[in-house]
Design a protein around this ligand. Structure first.
Ligand SMILES: Cc1ncc(C[n+]2csc(CCOP(=O)(O)OP(=O)(O)O)c2C)c(N)n1
Ligand SMILES: [Mg+2]
Length: 352
């Protein structure tokens, strides 16, 4: 099934180009794209990389090169990139099954991620995990978990180990709104609060589970962060389409965790522009709603803001796009040319 999203990077690129000679463009603050301690161009590069990676995955799924489940992160890039950019290399990341974006934002090798999706031996899980199970211990990227809410206690366990070791490292746990009606969600919040674990719960509230809107399945409305008062966990919401806002809030939460204040909770309001998986016809929502969110696509709004504020030039944006396009092409070639796992490997690394 082809992915139809008006918010592909090509669209955003065109929008960027159309504004390039527009009025109100201030003179550059410098060509580095760095303001304060934030490398804005790097944030753009990461979001663009994720978008292009996901589009390439969709294309290769249609061709039958990627099989099994495929859940794309298109639309949510600002949430993952903003949050992960506020972390240190020794922090752990635990993700849900919509995990490609988090892995790429962490710097997990693009070729190996693509090869994993293609089911090849060169993949991050030797081609035996697939889309939902990207894993890279060296990067402290601890999966990719398919069981909804199953990653929450795992994150608490990692945070407990960090606390026990006496470091000021922390664990960030990404999860979706669909996790919140699971018992594990409440059990983990309780334990994390009681034990003051160094964990950042990062809810990506994209307003839908598989096919149910939050409004239909949750008593109490679409905001989850106020519920954290029950556990005494400091919580706040953020515009998940705004990479800088996400980063700023995450930095504040991270600093409180490192100073020993215990778990924190961030709710990023975001949206997936495409179906739950490639098999989803999206009968449960209208194009109008999707279109409204697409107006806020970070792949359009962020580069425009950088140009309009003189933080980056159009040619810098174009250069990044060209480099990433090439990188993605090479990743697909790498995956295509990689061998399938050897059948004798079927039980290796499998624990049950
Ligand atoms: C324990 C469990 N129950 C049901 C499923 C099937 N399932 C897969 S994804 C999903 C919805 C999850 O929604 P959400 O957490 O909001 O994530 P999103 O798809 O929005 O990223 C469900 C019910 C599952 N994987 N695990
Ligand atoms: Mg959801």
């Amino acid at each position: 099934m082809a992915i139809s999203t008006k918010s592909s990077s090509r669209t955003s690129s065109k929008q960027v180009k159309s504004s390039r000679n527009g009025a109100g463009v201030s003179k550059g603050l410098g060509e580095s794209g760095v303001v304060g301690n934030i490398d804005h161009l790097d944030l753009f590069r990461q979001m663009y990389l994720i978008r292009q990676f996901e589009l390439a995955c969709g294309e290769n799924y249609s061709k039958g090169m990627i099989r099994g489940f495929l859940h794309l992160y298109i639309g949510q890039e600002a949430a993952g990139v903003g949050a992960i950019s506020a972390l240190r290399a020794d922090d752990y990341i635990v993700s849900h099954y919509r995990d490609h974006g988090h892995a790429l934002a962490r710097g997990v090798d693009v070729n190996r991620c693509m090869a994993e999706l293609f089911g090849r031996a060169t993949g991050t899980s030797k081609g035996k995990g697939g889309s939902m199970h990207i894993f890279d211990a060296a990067k402290r990227f601890m999966g990719g978990h398919a069981i909804v809410a199953g990653q929450l206690p795992l994150a608490a366990g990692l945070a407990l180990a960090q606390q026990y070791e006496g470091t000021d490292g922390l664990t960030i746990c990404f999860f979706g709104d669909g996790s919140t009606n699971q018992g594990l969600y409440h059990e983990t919040m309780n334990l994390a609060a009681i034990w003051k674990l160094p964990v950042l719960f990062f809810l990506e509230n994209n307003m839908y589970g598989m096919g149910s809107s939050i409004e239909r399945v949750r008593a109490g409305g679409i905001d989850f962060y106020p519920g954290m008062a029950t556990y005494g966990i400091p919580a706040a919401e953020v515009d998940g389409m705004d990479v800088l806002a996400v980063r700023e809030l995450t930095e504040a939460a991270v600093s409180r965790i490192r100073s020993g204040e215990g778990p924190q909770f961030i709710e990023a309001k975001t949206f997936r522009f495409v179906g739950h998986s490639l098999a989803d016809g999206q009968k449960y929502r209208g194009q109008e709603e999707v279109g409204e969110w697409e107006q806020r696509d970070p792949l359009s709004t962020f580069p425009l803001m950088l140009i309009n504020q003189g933080i980056a030039t159009p040619s810098q944006i174009e250069k990044i796009e060209a480099e990433v396009d090439k990188q993605i092409k090479e990743a697909v070639q790498f995956a295509e040319q990689s061998p399938e796992p050897d059948p004798t490997e079927i039980a290796t690394d499998v624990f049950a």
